[in-house]
Design a binder for this molecule. Sequence first.
Ligand code: 1HN
Length: 352
Amino acid sequence: MQVASKVMPQAPSGEGARAEFYSRLDRENLTALWEVLHALVPPLPTPGCVPALWKYADIRPFIMESGSLITAAEAVRRVLILENPGLRGQSCITRSLYCGLQLILPGEVAPSHRHTQSALRFIVEGSGAYTAVDGERTTMRPGDFIITPSWTWHDHGNPGNEPVVWMDGLDIQILQLFGAQFMETFAEDEQPVTRNEGASYSSYGNNLVPIGPLPTSKTSPIFNYPYERSRETLAALARNEPVDTCHGWKMQFINPLTGGFAMPTIGAFIQLLPAAFQSSPYRSTDGTIYSVAEGEGVVKIGKEKFRFSPRDTFVVPSWQPVQFESTGETVLFSYSDRPAQVALGLLREQRG
Ligand code: 1HN
């Protein structure tokens, strides 16, 4: 029979002995888990990302100045990246998502290419530019939510007479994480137009679908969700349904073929806050980027407060409580990595 040993555990080695051990580990590309365990598995999210707001009035001059320094053709995409102050140098607004403001001037073309990263556009200023996706062009108007699905040819052009600016949201850091990035340039600047404008919308955007076979893509077959429709839907919702104390009236853009998210990695939302509304705090694990479509007010993110106006962009990091105080009626567009978190069973939210 074995008797439990009364011998005490060995006294821990001194700091010097450990440091010397770690330097020998280092040469073998090894590291001691116990030195990093708590940082690797923190009790609460450590998103790196901090609350931030970019005032459009402050950054618009830089966007326009970029228009006099480089053409869309030379830049390929003339964009100023909104880098999270806590994640500088990483081209991202949260750890998983990219955000930029893109400018296209009258007469310019941003040449055709495709990549495995999915993109969304939310039109911020100006009308008359188009984006083309797999042979169909759609005219961009302020407030439109437009999708460029993974691996689809896309180019942008501006045959109109005013500068057009939109917010780009991409899942760049998600693709980086998985090592799944591919990109190709189209042989010509512009892809051929093979479908009438509005064809995708008329097939899939009216609560009807063509009798099979249906597209099998993971992304919605609708690629422009016009603001006019989103806005009138919010107005009707406000007349017919009670207001949510955290979100006002908030809707998710859907893939009409599944009823689920419009994109597989990025969720997009639009919400209406009534005038003089004070929302209850809400937090979720999907760090979220907002663009102000209409209205003014104050947003409290964690402990920080920011005044917002139309066209401003702000970011709410994972698990930071967000609270809105609207002045007049307010419309906010937002996007996050929610579909990816839901697919992986990771999403958490908390009201109040
Ligand atoms: C891209 O292709 C677009 O197509 C915008 O407009 C932003 C950022 C990184 C990589 C590709 C576009 C992008 C991008």
